[in-house]
Every structure is written in structure tokens, then in C-alpha cells.
Design a protein. Structure first.
Length: 136
């Protein structure tokens, strides 16, 4: 059985939550890690093992508020691994979340969607942490 992979977020690295039993695969937060290859290696290893025996349907969520170009390469490597699941006849959907008004994250998602062979949904969400002074 594939054990869940859970990595807590830091100021420079995203939270990772990979759980086959719950069918939740998610990367969220900031990704400006000093050594992206080292940070993302456990994620690749987990996902490579998952690819060997995936769920019938896989949703992979990216909710990255910011990531640098070296992290963008790591995201693409994850997408390439996910494409192998679909090549084996299973369904894969990538959900790219971005905060309302974050045009850069939206554009990055659009760029990745263009080169991806997967169902790739881009969704905006409201930031509920911002006070709405119009109601005062």
C-alpha cells in the first residue's frame, strides 16, 4: 500500500499532501526552494509509484501562490508523470487554483495548460482573508 506523503509548508516551500486512499493529490503555497530537485524528489518518487497503480480517476490540485522558474520546471515534471496515468487509460484532471486578481498565477496556469495533454481546469477563488471595507 502506498503510504500518504505529507510535507508541511514553510516560507519557501509548498505544502504537499498526497493520499491515494483519499484520492487527494495537492501542492499548495509558495515554491521558491533553494534546491528544487532535492525538495521535489520525494514527490516524484511517490507519484512514480502511484503511476504504477493509480486510482481510476485522479485529480491533482496545484494551488501555488508563487513559484519561481526552477520550481516551474518541477511542476512540469509532475505533469509529465501524470500524463503517464492517462496514457495507461485512466482519467486525470489537473486543477490549477489561483487567488482572485493574481494574473501572474493565472497566466502561468494557462501556459502549462497549453503544453499539457491532460484535462486542465483553471479556477479563481476569492481571498476571504481580506477585509471588505465597503460594508463599514
Amino acid at each position: 500500500m502506498l503510504e500518504p506523503l505529507i510535507i508541511e509548508a514553510t516560507k519557501t516551500s509548498p505544502a504537499i499532501y498526497m493520499n491515494k486512499e483519499e484520492n487527494v493529490l495537492k501542492v499548495s503555497g509558495r515554491s521558491i526552494v533553494e534546491d528544487p530537485n532535492k525538495f521535489y524528489m520525494p514527490i516524484y518518487n511517490w507519484l512514480a509509484e502511484y503511476v504504477e497503480n493509480p486510482n481510476e480517476s485522479t485529480d491533482f490540485t496545484f494551488d501555488l501562490e508563487y513559484f519561481n522558474s526552477s520550481s516551474a520546471r518541477q511542476v512540469m515534471k509532475l505533469i509529465i508523470l501524470l500524463e503517464k496515468i492517462e496514457e495507461a487509460g485512466k482519467k486525470v484532471r489537473v486543477l490549477w487554483l489561483f487567488e482572485e486578481g493574481d494574473e501572474m498565477s493565472e497566466e502561468r496556469g494557462e501556459e502549462i495548460k497549453i503544453v499539457s495533454k491532460l484535462q486542465f481546469d483553471i479556477e479563481e477563488y476569492a481571498n476571504d482573508d481580506i477585509d471588505d471595507f465597503d460594508d463599514v
